[in-house]
Design a protein around this ligand. Structure first.
Ligand SMILES: Cc1cc2nc3c(=O)[nH]c(=O)nc-3n(C[C@H](O)[C@H](O)[C@H](O)COP(=O)(O)OP(=O)(O)OC[C@H]3O[C@@H](n4cnc5c(N)ncnc54)[C@H](O)[C@@H]3O)c2cc1C
Length: 388
């Protein structure tokens, strides 16, 4: 078996990278260790309109509901309402979404092997365990789209991401306050370093949290989260679809070497402010697929991928990481003050106008103008002085 490009992992980034490699003239193989695409799901499935555009997929039957805003709860119970001009995001069924993305790559000519696990790099390709049999597959370029634990990255000796969060979530019947609004819960007793959420769809919600690694197990924090007065009043008790998973933050210093490149969670291309990886992963996967196809023909090298993806999203990721670190250090008292700061008269219009869930730096830049700057710097820390 001889391919120009072999893509490991048929999640969203592997599907898009393989489609772009094939479209750019490469004979492309996509392998996936599971027997079906999109399962198990490790995602809340909240993605922006822009993410759908980046994934080159219209509003398909994977859309479960449409979100127009968010209620953000401070630890003291104060709430901030963020109202979008229109639909800001979709709640999606990741199984159906991932399958549709893979169908697009098959339409572009990609060959797919399910139940095929990447085992190691070989001179001139990869070795895989396919339906119980070890096989060698020749490929000039290898794209590791194999998620947070990336075996391809490890085999290539590429460094790991800077930080990992642990996430946990379940689905349950839920009486949403407004079915078009996501709920965000802040507080160090249930989500140290990050936040909890309830994302409603069709009379249900995905209720979960992500937190810094260490401390107690995530399940203990989930038990605390569901005691939150807002959640406790709307969640009636049963649970399905448990999800436990890690979220990588902060790309490693290198994501490509010789004939290997990493994309998506494997490369830490995840928004540090929300933990969302579909948008950034899609942007970078297109670059990965195109560069891999041309590198297989010796028209370029994998260094071009490193440069181009960092030019496209590197600055947003760096700023996102500073915001993440600053917010993650806040005590509950500081979180109350920060949410109070965003709740002042006139702010909500600015948040609606400049808020962009994929590019939080745009709103931050606006908030750092004029009189707000010193108050924000005092609230969030000195690192903010150097941002803009
Ligand atoms: C609790 C939680 C909630 C989240 N919520 C959101 C959200 O609301 N919105 C959002 O945008 N993002 C969210 N994310 C992040 C999002 O799920 C990931 O960023 C996204 O799935 C990354 O896509 P990927 O293609 O890079 O990797 P993955 O989706 O992880 O796909 C990797 C694929 O590689 C396969 N694979 C792994 N190893 C091998 C191997 N050795 N051989 C062959 N195949 C292999 C896996 O089976 C998998 O199919 C969430 C994450 C968690 C943990």
């Amino acid at each position: 078996m001889k391919y120009d490009v072999a893509v490991v992992g048929a999640g969203p980034t592997g599907a898009i990278a393989s489609k772009y490699a094939a479209r750019n003239g490469a004979r492309t193989l996509l392998i996936e260790e599971h027997s079906s695409i999109g399962s198990p799901v490790q995602c809340t499935g909240l993605i922006s309109k822009a993410a759908l555009v980046q994934c080159e997929i219209g509003e398909g039957n994977f859309v479960l509901s449409r979100m127009k805003g968010a209620f953000v709860y401070a630890p003291n119970g104060d709430e901030l309402t963020i109202r979008g001009k229109d639909v800001m995001a979709y709640v999606i069924d990741r199984k159906v979404f991932d399958r549709e993305l893979v169908e697009h790559s098959l339409d572009a000519g990609v060959e797919l092997m399910l139940k095929t696990r990447f085992m190691g790099l070989q001179n001139g390709g990869i070795s895989v365990l396919s339906s119980g049999v070890i096989k060698d597959i020749q490929a000039d370029l290898i794209i590791g789209a194999d998620g947070i634990m990336s075996s391809v990255g490890r085999a290539a000796g590429l460094p790991r991401c800077k930080k990992f969060l642990s996430g946990i979530q379940f689905e349950a019947p839920y009486h949403a306050r407004d079915p078009e609004f996501v709920e965000i819960f802040t507080g160090n007793n249930f989500a140290p370093g990050f936040f909890g959420w309830a994302v409603p769809f069709a009379g249900m919600a995905r209720i979960g949290l992500a937190k810094n690694m260490g401390y107690k197990p995530a399940l203990n924090y989930l038990e605390e989260l569901i005691k939150h007065p807002v959640l406790a009043s709307r969640y009636t008790g049963s649970r399905t679809e448990h999800v436990v998973g890690g979220i990588p933050l902060g790309p490693p210093d290198r994501t490509a070497k010789e004939n290997v490149l990493l994309v998506g969670d494997a490369a830490g291309q995840v928004k540090p402010t929300s933990g969302g990886g579909v948008y950034m992963g899609a942007v970078c996967a297109k670059i990965a697929g195109e560069v891999a196809a041309r590198a297989a023909r010796k028209e370029t090298d994998t260094g071009e991928y490193e440069k181009r993806w960092r030019n496209a999203v590197g600055r947003e990721l760096s700023i996102g990481m500073i915001i993440h670190k600053s917010l993650g250090k806040l005590s509950d008292e500081n979180l109350n003050e920060f949410i109070g700061f965003l709740n002042r008269p006139g702010m909500s219009e600015r948040i609606t106008k400049y808020g962009d869930m994929d590019h939080p730096s745009v709103l931050l830049k606006e908030l750092l103008r004029g009189a707000d700057k010193m108050r924000l710097v005092r609230l969030l820390g000195v690192a903010f002085k150097t941002l803009f």
